[in-house]
Design a protein around this ligand. Sequence first.
Ligand code: ZN
Length: 260
Amino acid sequence: MKLSGGGIILLLILAVVFKVNPLSLLEQTGGLEGGPVDGGAPLTEEQQRLADFASIILASTEDVWTSEFEKMGLQYEKPSMVLFTGSTRSGCGFASSQVGPFYCPADSNVYLDLSFFDEMSRRFRAPGDFAQAYVIAHEVGHHVQNLLGISSQVHRAQQRVGEVEGNQLSVRLELQADFLAGMWARHEQERFGSLEEGDIEEALRAANAIGDDTLQKQAQGHVVPDAFTHGTSEQRMRWFMKGFKGETFDPENTFNARDL
Ligand SMILES: [Zn+2]
């Protein structure tokens, strides 16, 4: 991904929880907001590069969603990003890196495990900057769902239904986050023309690589559809592309769809 254009703000404040001395981190990132920092190894060069890249993508999502919310007559409240390695405490409880990247509605933070990106390129064969950007945009998609009240509606509905139906609602929420990531990618392209050939394929390969069916096949050798909470790889790709191709966003889109 080529980063050009005035809209991308390089310096933004990160809420950072690294296992590193806060002062050395402050020097590395140029800013630090909140979060206890455990002692431990300083960032590797690669982790620092990922941290910088993640902050650029977060800033880009802020530009896009600020203007999208304005169109809806709403004000976009920016999420904070917490970068961690190993494990972290969040408003949603303790998280180990096995969880992967996640969004916590309780504290409006996007949590990114830097080692996940390393793993993504090695284990899932989905290397490339845009694949990482897609993962961040997906988590920011959950923040958008939170601000629009979609997540809380889904969670209320889940309390009234059984596990299988509850998982299906989770899948719809996840696929909508993929749609929102696709919307971000389209705006990024329209505004900055920063996507290079192969970027979309990279993102889709990542979506494919982290689809529930692929993960479950790797873990157990077979798939259990009722336990899906993210949708199949094919579904994730399709909903990302809908957003990317400019389909109008409707908060009900994945919830009303007969065929996901
Ligand atoms: Zn998700």
